[in-house]
Design a protein around this ligand. Structure first.
Ligand SMILES: Nc1nc2c(ncn2[C@@H]2O[C@H](COP(=O)(O)OP(=O)(O)OP(=O)(O)O)[C@@H](O)[C@H]2O)c(=O)[nH]1
Ligand SMILES: [Mg+2]
Length: 440
């Protein structure tokens, strides 16, 4: 390895506070200029990598694809293609190579050694975006954990990273090599991060059990990044989660309530998914993703305006992650969003293509189809409800409000012993209220 390199710095935007002196030309010179590479047996589509780089603030100057069954084990591209890459990088004046796959440490080292310029892989770029977008304390801890785990496998730039944390000079044990020290520091920090995340998680659990006591049905939004999940949450609940046309805008979960037919439901928005989502992130965001895994219903939001093949690949990627986080069996409702971007023919196609799934076509932006969506959700839960008759003593007045939120309209009658109520309740709520059950 040559001089210590700073991990992830290649996917960093032009430094703020250092404005270009000579306008845009100087600014574009100052930017990182990436050349995208991929090795694939099928026709390559590097649009998503370009989008990731755009989100990370990196300019793309070109791409080079090698068609081969498997990437070269040592250098990702074969020797001939590597020569071609060297020439192309020079002619385009690229200063970073961005690879569409996660590189093995060896591939990354070889490429950098051969080309003499920085190489970043898809995982590092995604981690970098997460690091920029992390807002909450928990989000920041989760991202740092994922980055450290990624770095640990590579032992790059760890020194720089840990120096900031005060683990630098003087911590080296006698006779230990630098790399062992780095590893030890990284492991210590990883253990500390995991501990802190466990604490944050514990306090979140307290909040959650509050919510579960209220027993309102929990629904989670899930979907590919940029599908419009946050826009949909805002449109349905009046929340004000930030929305942007960039990848991984949302990292922190938000839960808000909405009402249909007088009944209240909770809707949660969380981090979006992507193809080849770094496993370090799935790991680190386990607590956040638990919101999704615990929901009674998942609204799988897709961007129906994406080309058909891409849409299928994105849908599969989301299903895979849901499976991985233990939500494989949770009931789903497919929501085809961005209907406003479709013409008549495309609308018919979208609906017909998913007729079997009972998918709904909506536009979170214009509000089209959102009433129908809310009603469908209500139907799904109502189909599991059955009528119960309860006698609530007057001392249990608070329960009436709770029943109201759960069941909407109540048939009630004041009697000498309390309020007699007839309501439709799901099985879990019915058993919670079982001690008040009375004959109809
Ligand atoms: N035309 C149109 N654009 C939409 C619609 N819904 C969302 N968008 C746009 O799509 C982009 C992404 O929306 P978000 O709501 O941030 O998407 P998200 O799924 O939360 O994305 P992440 O948080 O990054 O995972 C934004 O530019 C939205 O304005 C829609 O129904 N129609
Ligand atoms: Mg979002």
């Amino acid at each position: 390895m040559s001089a210590p390199r700073q991990r992830g710095s290649a996917a960093r935007a032009p430094r703020r506070g250092a404005p270009a002196r000579n306008g845009t030309a100087a600014e574009s010179r100052a930017r990182q200029r990436a050349l995208c590479i991929a090795s694939t047996p099928v026709p390559a589509d590097l649009d998503e990598l370009r989008e990731l780089l755009r989100t990370a603030g990196v300019a793309v100057v070109g791409e080079l694809v090698q068609h081969r069954e498997h990437p070269h084990p040592n250098s990702y591209l074969g020797p001939g293609k590597l020569e071609e890459l060297r020439a192309l990088a020079a002619s385009l004046d690229a200063n970073v190579i961005a690879c569409d796959d996660e590189l093995s440490p060896r591939q990354e080292r070889t490429l950098e050694g051969e080309l003499g310029i920085a190489v970043v892989d898809r995982t590092a770029i995604i981690l970098d975006i997460f690091a920029r977008h992390a807002g909450s304390a928990e989000g920041k801890l989760q991202v740092e954990l994922a980055q450290l785990e990624y770095n640990l496998a590579r032992m790059r730039g760890l020194w720089t990273h840990l120096e900031r944390l005060g683990g630098g000079v003087g911590t080296r044990g006698p006779g230990e090599s630098q790399i062992e020290t780095d590893r030890r520091l990284a492991r210590d920090r990883i253990a500390a991060l995991r501990r802190r995340l466990r604490d944050v998680h514990a306090s979140r659990q307290v909040m959650r059990s509050e919510r579960e006591r209220s027993a309102l049905p929990q629904i989670a939004l899930a979907g590919y990044t940029n599908a419009g999940k946050s826009t949909l949450l805002n449109a349905m609940t009046g929340a004000e989660v930030a929305v942007a046309d960039r990848l991984f805008q949302t990292l922190d979960p938000t839960t808000r309530a909405f009402e249909v037919g007088g009944r209240t439901y909770l809707l949660s928005d969380t981090v979006g998914f992507i193809r080849k989502l770094p496993h370090q992130l799935v790991d680190a965001f386990a607590a956040t993703l638990e919101e999704t895994a615990r929901a009674a219903l998942i609204l799988h939001v897709v961007d129906a305006s994406a080309p058909e093949e891409e849409l299928a690949a994105m849908t599969r990627a989301v299903e895979d992650v849901l499976e991985e986080i233990g939500a494989g069996e949770t009931p789903r409702l497919l929501v085809l969003n961005k209907a406003d971007r479709l013409d008549e023919l495309e609308r018919t196609r979208a609906v017909n293509g998913h007729r079997g799934d009972g998918a709904l076509l909506v536009s979170a932006a214009t509000g089209e189809g959102l009433d129908a969506l809310a009603e469908r959700i209500d139907e799904i839960f109502t189909s599991q409800r059955s009528p119960v008759t309860l006698l609530l003593p007057y001392s249990e007045g608070g329960r009436l409000a709770e029943l109201h939120a759960l069941a909407g309209e109540l048939e009630r009658e004041d009697t000498a012993d309390g309020v007699r109520v007839r309501a439709l309740l799901g099985p879990a709520d019915a058993s919670r209220f079982a001690r008040f059950a009375t004959r109809a």
